[in-house]
Unconditional design. Structure first.
Length: 267
């Protein structure tokens, strides 16, 4: 099962903050035998968010969206989600008590301007459900298998886990994945392109990958670069992967490649 991830925030696009969502959410999915289909980064631009959400809703793929659900003018995600679905925004009654609790703790009346501003965080597209936030009880929301979460990793990541374990437990570990790889020295990518085509033609359920990297000066290697070459398989194709891999390793050697396991320090 694949999921999508949309990460929203000028601070990430402009580099003032480093994204902490991609790797963490990828790992949360992988722990449950699930995968990311794609990841997108968007600025705090309502028009851009609306257009992307229109496409995302049309895809019909479960999607996590982080950032932009606060109550300040630079937060556009709630409004964009409503516009993308052509729905009005409404105050969600079940989200209000947690926000009222903040006002009570601070000694504010419920008509205080600060409280009224915070109530924006309980305003969601009509028909949305809540995604509980264990950190401070200020909920996110979900609609059409899109899960809108705060930009703060300390809040968003437990909320992702809740979604996966509460709404998708039946999909955990339903798909098998396997991959193998090796460092290849002394072969440029152009010399293994035909091999990759041949493998995928002969074994349509197996994918090849080639990831070249440049070696830093001073490393104990006579070569300037190397390739991480590998195969990926899914479900029944995983069973044939060891046999195919053994053949591929020999073919790489026959082409003149020098091979080294990727889990062994090479320099």
């Amino acid at each position: 099962m694949n999921f999508q991830l949309i990460i929203i925030g000028d601070e990430i696009i402009h580099g003032s903050r480093v994204d902490a969502h991609f790797s963490a959410i990828k790992n949360l999915l992988a722990e449950r035998g699930l995968r990311l289909r794609n990841v997108q980064y968007l600025p705090d631009d309502r028009v851009m968010i609306i257009e992307q959400l229109k496409r995302s809703f049309a895809d019909g793929i479960p999607t996590f969206v982080t950032g932009g659900i606060g109550g300040t003018p630079d937060d556009h995600t709630r409004q964009a989600a409503a516009a993308a679905l052509d729905l009005p925004l409404t105050l969600h009654a079940d989200a209000v008590p947690a926000i009222e609790a903040i006002a009570h703790r601070r000694g504010e009346s419920l008509d205080n301007p600060n409280h009224l501003t915070r109530l924006n965080m309980a305003t969601f597209p009509v028909g949305a459900d809540l995604v509980p936030n264990p950190y401070n009880n200020i909920a996110g929301f979900s609609i059409q298998e899109h899960y809108f979460l705060p930009g703060f990793p300390i809040m968003a990541h437990p909320m992702v886990a809740w979604v996966l374990d509460t709404l998708y437990p039946h999909l955990h570990h339903q798909t098998r994945y396997a991959s193998v790889s090796v460092w290849v020295y002394n072969l440029p990518e152009s010399n293994i392109t035909d091999l990759m085509h041949n493998i995928e033609q002969q074994y349509p359920q197996i994918q090849t990958f080639s990831l070249p990297s440049t070696l830093q000066a001073g490393q104990n290697s006579p070569y300037q670069y190397r390739i991480e070459f590998g195969l990926k398989a899914q479900d029944q194709a995983c069973d044939s992967l060891p046999q195919v891999w053994a053949q591929v390793l020999q073919q790489l050697r026959d082409l003149g490649g020098e091979l080294q396991d990727t889990d062994v320090p090479s320099e």
